[in-house]
Design a protein around this ligand. Structure first.
Ligand code: GLU
Length: 465
């Protein structure tokens, strides 16, 4: 057990984004590796934009990826009392003040600053204010030491220094009394004893502000690691233009969680040239220092490649379970078909996603095959009538419908008719599958089973008219 405490702190204003999932994963891996604690905190202080639907979407995605937390989910919306108390503490200590400037006044000041070529920032009008007008106000944090600077050592990016004059008197409580992100994140990370904050580098500008707040509130400052963002293939920030950015969209497209995890971790982290990692290996090898400083580039082909790897090598029993909803979506009733696990075994080698596998499995589960016109004109010809009849008779006489026996039966037909293997196997395969890609002919026969095979050969004969 180590003292490491990390957290993932999504705002429930949408689905779980690829970038968020990667941040969560880095936190998770480190906690598991070091026997630390992984805390899930839902940052829902923005009441207007936070929804239960988004909370559910995020939790579903975490569950799908298998990232279980040790504490949480903890909702910030349940902690408003604590935040109010801390606002009061800063007010009492003279480290924060009420600001009555209206939105219009602030806008006018901003415009003036821009017009005069100054960086717009709050001019401190209310800092010294003694009256308490009966008007709406925000609470601002009084920036300490305006001439000084604030510095921290980022575990990924190295030393980062900001001059305080670049910062502002941060609003910590809105006019409606709700606290703001930068304020509550500090209180929570401190109160939850987070020792290392791993998050996206879009937050790097917030960190100096937060460090001031830690100090003002009398908290210890944690370590930080800011993870570079993810870019699309055109090196622009990853967005929907590059494909789905929601983790669960990939689940719906038939990706396996282990492929997604493996893909996410490699977006910005490497361990030699190794590409395939089991969860155990990730937990063993992951280091924050192994995360590069450069942005990761999203590569959908690589994700597909990883997925086909896991489709091929996955336990057929498990793949079959994961496949069921996709079959259902296609209206396929598995209870009427051959053994699903055997079907999966035959398709694993040639399926990139579960969606593709479900499409490829369709022929197993229907006796009303959709013969494509090419298959029809190539194989369902008068010349093959005799062959189909003989195959049907020979297979009907086969009592033990398993691969070795089926091989003997088929070879007998081949020899009798003095044909090449393909001249028999191809029409037979067409009759059994309608032309869909399929595994080896003996495996196909065995998995379909005698009854289905005979029905399909009969249907092929019907096709001949
Ligand atoms: N809630 C913030 C977000 O979703 C993350 C805050 C943090 O990690 O510090 O961007």
């Amino acid at each position: 057990m180590s003292g490491l405490r990390v957290r993932f702190a999504p705002s429930p204003t949408g689905y779980l984004h690829i970038g968020g999932a990667r941040t969560a994963l880095f936190n998770y891996l480190l906690a598991r590796q070091q026997g630390g604690r992984f805390i899930l905190r839902i940052e829902d202080t923005d009441v207007e934009r936070s929804t239960q639907e988004s909370v559910d979407a995020i939790l579903d995605a975490m569950t799908w990826l298998g990232m279980t937390c040790d504490e949480g989910p903890i909702y910030q919306s349940a902690r408003f009392d604590l935040y109010r108390q801390k606002v009061q503490q800063l007010l009492d200590e003279g480290k924060a003040y009420k600001c009555y400037c209206t939105a219009e006044e602030l806008e006018a000041k901003r415009e003036l600053a821009v017009a005069e070529g100054r960086k717009p920032k709050y001019d401190g009008t209310c800092r010294q204010r003694q009256d308490q007008p009966d008007a709406p106000y925000v609470v601002r944090f009084l920036l300490p030491d305006p001439a000084g600077e604030v510095s921290f050592v980022d575990r990924i990016k190295g030393t980062i220094t900001f001059r305080n004059e670049e910062l502002d008197d941060l609003i910590i409580q809105r006019t409606d009394g709700t606290p703001t992100y930068n304020f509550v994140v500090v209180i929570d990370d401190a109160e939850m004893a987070i020792s290392l904050v791993i998050r996206g580098d879009d937050h790097i500008n917030n960190t100096p502000r937060q460090i001031h707040l830690y100090r003002a509130l009398g908290y210890e400052v944690p370590e930080f690691a800011h993870v570079p963002m993810i870019l699309g293939s055109d090196k622009k920030r990853l967005s929907k233009r590059h494909g789905a950015t929601s983790v669960m969209a990939y689940q719906q497209q038939g990706f396996l969680p282990e492929a997604m995890l493996n893909y996410l971790v490699r977006l910005g982290w490497s361990h030699g040239d190794q590409e395939i990692f089991s969860m155990e290996e990730l937990i063993e090898h992951f280091t924050i220092e192994g995360v590069g400083r450069a942005a990761g580039v999203f590569n959908p082909e690589k994700l597909l490649w990883l997925n086909s790897h896991y489709m091929k090598s996955g336990d057929p029993q498990r793949i079959a379970e994961l496949l069921k909803p996709f079959l259902q979506e296609r209206g396929i009733d598995v209870s009427r078909g051959p053994d699903l696990v055997s079907v999966v075994r035959g398709l694993q080698e040639r399926s990139t996603t579960l969606v593709q596998m479900a499409a490829g499995a369709a022929f197993y589960f229907t006796d009303q095959l959709d013969f494509d016109p090419k298959t029809r004109s190539k194989f369902f010809v008068e010349d093959n009538r005799q062959l189909f009849s003989e195959l049907k008779a020979a297979l009907a006489a086969c009592d033990n419908f398993v691969e070795p026996e089926l091989e003997t039966v088929l070879h007998a037909v081949i020899e009798k008719r003095d044909l090449k293997f393909g001249k028999v196997a191809q029409p037979l395969r067409a009759a059994l599958t309608g032309g869909a890609p399929s595994p080896g002919i003996y495996e196909l026969l065995e998995v379909l089973g005698k009854e289905r095979v005979l029905t399909r050969l009969e249907a092929a004969l019907q096709q001949l008219g």
